[in-house]
Design a protein around this ligand. Structure first.
Ligand SMILES: Nc1nc2c(ncn2[C@@H]2O[C@H](COP(=O)(O)OP(=O)(O)OP(=O)(O)O)[C@@H](O)[C@H]2O)c(=O)[nH]1
Ligand SMILES: [Mg+2]
Length: 387
């Protein structure tokens, strides 16, 4: 397949690699620290999308040689592809990534970017604002990028704020991933004709992306549930999990583009009700407390119950929201969602947890509990959580 080549540029640590992982489903190293993470040019692709992404070593503002190195590597790569007989050796789109949390974008930074890509004179450019965690800063950031690129010899084709992966703010609140599927659509549209995927392919691919982002939100919130649940007193009731569940449902709704209005509020409340005060929820808690033959501390059992409830609500919501997103069900279908959640938390779940409990080590840590829950709710996930 003929593929487009997309170049990702930006300062070190803005989140280029994190975003590439989110777009392509790869798991390249990302990181915190006092030095750049991506040490050399890396090319990522998968079989589904019609483009490769070229990840570069991050620019470090004071190190001009690093920018040269990044660009030289890209040129070398293009030449090597050409000599290998690869028909697609040009750069088709340049994505300049800027950090949405930094509040400043100096003209010098833009000068450096534009200088470094001067050799690709006619290639379209877009700006991506990474780490767009703050809703209120989003507009200001877009304006800042617009202003920074104004009156330059190159124009940009668009500005895309994104949150590449959920961002945990506190124990019970994470900013959901956002904007990634919109970015994928925009990238596809800017590719030369003949390379672009058809609309149908993009939709299919983006549904997979949404699912993956949604599952990562559920894993984060399940972790929050396990932490909140791990109290030595008997699990009081599922109401203490409501803030975590509400944040999770809102995050998932956002991923599936479900608007916040009166109708969706009723829908979300129904999910939470089934998960907390319903007969099924109480039945689940009672049954889990009474599983015969397990010998774990009360706090561990509480953590498991709390995590299981959050995960069940999350997975049930993903199922429901996906069907609404696809137009197969309506947000007004309250009886339907009630039934889905009841099934999700019913007998089948108790059986699965009972079985999975056998795999738990004697004094399980949080990550053991998480992996046990993951094996129950998302058995296909291969990535296990390290401590
Ligand atoms: N939660 C969350 N963290 C992010 C996001 N984007 C970046 N980060 C974090 O920011 C840090 C830097 O991200 P990287 O993807 O390594 O940044 P980079 O631009 O590739 O950096 P270099 O390879 O050094 O150029 C990592 O700790 C990431 O986890 C995001 O959307 N959500
Ligand atoms: Mg990197």
């Amino acid at each position: 397949m003929k593929k487009g080549n997309i170049l990702f540029l930006g300062n070190s640590g803005v989140g280029k690699t994190t975003l590439i992982n989110s777009i392509l489903g790869t798991s390249a190293a990302t990181g915190f620290g006092i030095e750049g993470t991506t040490k050399a040019l890396q090319v990522y692709e998968n079989e589904e999308v019609p483009f490769r992404i070229i990840d570069t070593i991050g620019f470090e503002p004071t190190k001009a040689f690093q920018q040269n190195k990044a660009i030289k590597e890209v040129q070398k790569w293009c030449k090597r592809c050409a000599s290998d007989g690869d028909e697609q050796t040009t750069i088709d789109l340049i994505c300049i990534c800027v950090d949405g949390t930094s509040s400043k974008l100096f003209p010098k930074t833009i000068d450096d970017f534009l200088k470094s890509i001067a050799i690709w004179k006619t290639v379209p450019i877009i700006a991506i604002i990474t780490k767009s965690y703050s809703q209120s800063d989003k507009e200001a950031n877009v304006k800042m990028v617009e202003a920074a690129f104004a009156n330059r010899n190159r124009s940009i084709k668009g500005i895309y704020p994104v949150v590449a992966s959920p961002y945990l703010i506190s124990n019970d609140y994470a900013v959901p991933a956002e904007g990634v599927t919109e970015l994928i659509e925009a990238i596809n549209e800017l590719l030369p004709e003949g390379i672009q995927a058809s609309r149908f392919d993009v939709d299919q691919y983006n549904l997979e992306r949404k699912r993956r982002l949604a599952h990562s939100s559920v894993v984060l919130s399940t972790g929050a549930g396990v932490t909140v649940g791990a109290v030595p007193i008997p699990f009081p009731d599922a109401l203490i999990l409501v803030p975590i569940e509400t944040a999770l449902i809102n995050a998932l709704a956002k991923i599936y583009g479900i608007e916040q209005n009166e109708k969706s509020k009723t829908f979300f409340n129904t999910i939470i009700e089934v998960g907390t005060v319903s007969v099924v929820a109480r039945g689940l808690i009672t049954a889990l407390k009474a599983i015969p033959g397990i010998n774990v501390a009360a706090s561990v059992l509480n953590a498991i119950i709390a995590g299981a409830i959050v995960a069940a609500i999350g997975e049930g919501s993903i199922f429901a929201f996906e069907r609404i997103y696809l137009g197969l069900n309506s947000i007004e279908d309250i009886d339907w969602v009630k039934k889905i959640m009841e099934d999700q938390m019913g007998k089948g779940l108790i059986e699965k947890i009972t079985k999975a409990l056998q795999t738990l080590p004697e004094s399980p840590k949080k990550n053991d509990i998480m992996n046990m829950l993951l094996s129950v709710f998302n058995p296909k996930a291969t990535k296990r959580i390290e401590e």
